[in-house]
Ligand binder design. Structure first.
Ligand code: ZN
Length: 343
């Protein structure tokens, strides 16, 4: 592959990652990913449909639920996310939150200790009040606790007033692996977006926290180097058209461990991100001057907007501010045009 072609493809990899992080939801992000993979790697015509059918999407899971039921599921999921963040924060104090008793505002925690071989062990369960838990958290972390308790209270309201609560709770628990994987996808999307926003604003990779984790995953994926038909070295991506059409392994071992099924879909994103960053294409990554969204510039021109819609919106706002729009309208009115023609 010659250098121009190589750069062109790497730029497409960048677009794939940008589309992935700027999509509206985790379902949409994965659909965009399949579409882009299919185009870039020239997958067969059935790939998109097959891969999409195999992907455990939230929309499919919730297709028979109404608005309130979906809201309850979102709250239950939020509760799980906050609980796991809190446990993560408390682990430096060798503690993990197990349950929260909403009625009496009491936390059941697992307390741990480090043995002589530096292994961490849980050794007893304890019950702590809200104020005791607060002692272990700093101001920022207290905010997480606050939102967590608010979420618990909202759930309690639904539990008291909504008849089908138990049914919805069962749906959630039965599909917790799917919800967990989607939360992980959202988390990775959010972190990569921060990284790309930083790069587009001229920040150095040293300032990013996620890049080391990305590189760790990348090394684990082992992309293979081969000699291509043209007799030059080339790399085979560490994922395949076939594997992406298979249903990922969903399993629930116990309450605390989940299958890493979402990584099945993250590997192509991580691969494309690192490949994009390896080539010096950073100047092509930009933030739109109008909507602030990330995009990849098509060429070296001074493109400032992600879409023509944003360019038009920006220019019309500028015209309104400068009074040019008013002047234009006045002129058109004098010429006898109808309002709707120049509105
Ligand atoms: Zn824009």
């Amino acid at each position: 592959m010659n250098k121009d072609n190589h750069d062109k493809i790497r730029k497409k990899y960048g677009s794939l990652v940008v589309d992935f992080v700027t999509a509206q939801s985790s379902d949409d992000a994965i659909y965009c990913l399949f579409q882009n993979l299919s185009l870039i790697f020239e997958y067969n015509d059935f790939f998109l449909q097959n891969a999409w059918n195999a992907f455990p999407r939230i929309k499919k899971l919730e297709s028979s639920l109404n608005k309130i039921e979906k809201k309850i599921i979102a709250l239950l999921n939020k509760r799980r996310e906050f609980l796991s963040s809190l446990s993560y924060l408390l682990c430096t104090s060798l503690m993990e939150i197990k349950r929260y008793d909403r009625k009496n505002k009491l936390f059941t925690v697992l307390k741990g200790r480090v043995d002589e071989r530096c292994n961490f062990q849980y050794f007893k369960e304890d019950v702590l009040s809200e104020s005791s838990i607060k002692q272990y958290l700093n101001d920022n972390e207290l905010n997480i606790l606050k939102v967590y308790i608010e979420t618990e209270e909202k759930i309690l309201d639904f539990e008291k007033t909504f008849d089908g609560f138990d049914k919805i709770n069962t749906i959630y628990i039965n599909n917790i692996d799917i919800y967990w994987g989607h939360s992980e996808i959202e988390d990775i999307r959010w972190r990569i977006k921060l990284l790309l926003n930083g790069i587009a604003s001229g920040r150095n990779l040293n300032e990013s926290k996620i890049i080391n984790r990305i590189l760790l995953y990348y090394r684990e994926c082992h992309p293979k180097i081969i000699i291509s038909k043209d007799g030059i070295l080339d790399e085979i991506p560490p994922f395949s058209e076939e594997a992406l059409q298979e249903k990922p392994q969903l399993k629930m071992n116990n309450e605390e461990t989940f299958s890493n099924w979402h990584m099945h879909y993250m590997i192509p994103v991580i691969y494309c991100l690192v490949q994009f960053l390896l080539t010096n294409q950073y100047p092509f990554l930009r933030l739109c001057d109008d909507c602030d969204n990330l995009y990849i510039k098509k060429n070296a021109t001074t493109q400032r907007f992600c879409s023509s819609k944003c360019r038009m919106h920006f220019n019309s706002q500028k015209a309104i501010k400068s009074g040019k729009a008013k002047e234009y309208k006045r002129k058109k009115r004098l010429e006898g045009a109808k309002e709707s023609y120049y509105g």
